[in-house]
Ligand binder design. Structure first.
Ligand code: SF4
Ligand code: SF4
Length: 263
């Protein structure tokens, strides 16, 4: 039943977007950077063709990522109508930065150098291959697609916060109040949420359905973010993971995060 529902949502979502594109969206490539070196984009024969993968993953190249840059957060939060509530206790965040020792507590020691300590890697939902948030959700509001994206069905969420407690990465936010008045610049092509609803990064599944890369990847001027299919041995992300040393957050928990940090 659940997989039927997911298939329906996927088909319905893609169909709705296909209908929407000529009417309200700019030409898809006009909104992005047509020269972006994206393994995933190469898989599409037309800009309107959905990007597909066996398993989507994101690599963050820490050698390119500058600690004070907010381009990825700004782009993501604008595209997804993430509210700026102004109260740190009620913060809603999809992609944000944290100090390296907080992101990788097991990778630092008393002699870790200042440059590593000062690093502030971007963090987001890891779209874990073994996601505890999905296992605990009593309503099916959070579920995993066959391509690994951990999704939220905002209409099914009852705000019980069990998933919030189950996620060991703090990747989920709850809307403690009505977020709509706090959306700074409304994107009419993406839904807003209501009070009590959980939200988090969705790997820009709505953009993938339109043949576009995630907004954070497109916005990163340093090209520090690489998104692609880790099951494709020819993809850029796969080649990077084969060549470089990569960390995953709290890998010992067995959640199998699909966000990789390249050293
Ligand atoms: S990072 Fe957290 S919210 Fe994202 S899939 Fe993993 S457990 Fe779930
Ligand atoms: S808060 Fe929503 S998504 Fe999280 S476990 Fe409860 S119903 Fe599921």
């Amino acid at each position: 039943m659940r997989s039927n529902r997911r298939e329906f949502l996927k088909i319905a979502g893609v169909s709705a977007l296909t209908l929407l594109v000529p009417a309200v969206l700019p030409p898809v490539r006009a909104a992005g950077n047509p020269s972006a070196p994206v393994a995933a984009a190469r898989q599409a024969s037309s800009p309107l063709q959905p990007l597909t993968a066996g398993r989507w993953a994101l690599a963050v190249d820490l050698s390119k990522c500058s600690a004070d840059c907010t381009d990825c957060t700004t782009a993501c939060h604008q595209v997804h109508n993430v509210p700026a509530l102004g109260n740190p206790g009620h913060e809603v965040k999809w992609i944000w930065r944290e100090p390296f020792p907080a992101v990788f507590p097991g990778e630092t020691h008393a002699w870790t150098g200042e440059s590593l300590r000062r690093m502030r890697p971007p963090v987001l939902c890891n779209h874990c291959a073994n996601p505890p948030c999905v296992r605990v959700c009593p309503t099916g509001a959070t579920f995993q697609r066959p391509d690994g994206i951990v999704m939220m069905d905002y209409h099914r969420c009852i705000g019980c916060k069990i998933c919030l407690a189950a996620c060991p990465y703090g990747a989920r936010s709850i809307n403690f109040r009505d977020p709509r008045p706090f959306v700074q610049k409304l994107n009419p092509d993406y839904p807003t949420r209501t009070k009590g609803v959980i939200e988090k990064c969705n790997f820009c599944e709505e953009r993938l359905a339109r043949g576009l890369e995630p907004a954070c990847v497109e916005a990163c001027r340093q090209k520090a973010l690489v998104f692609g299919d880790v099951e494709d041995p020819r993809s850029e992300i796969r080649l990077l993971l084969e060549k470089r040393v990569a960390l995953r957050r709290r890998a010992s928990l067995g959640t199998l995060p699909q966000v990789y940090y390249l050293l």
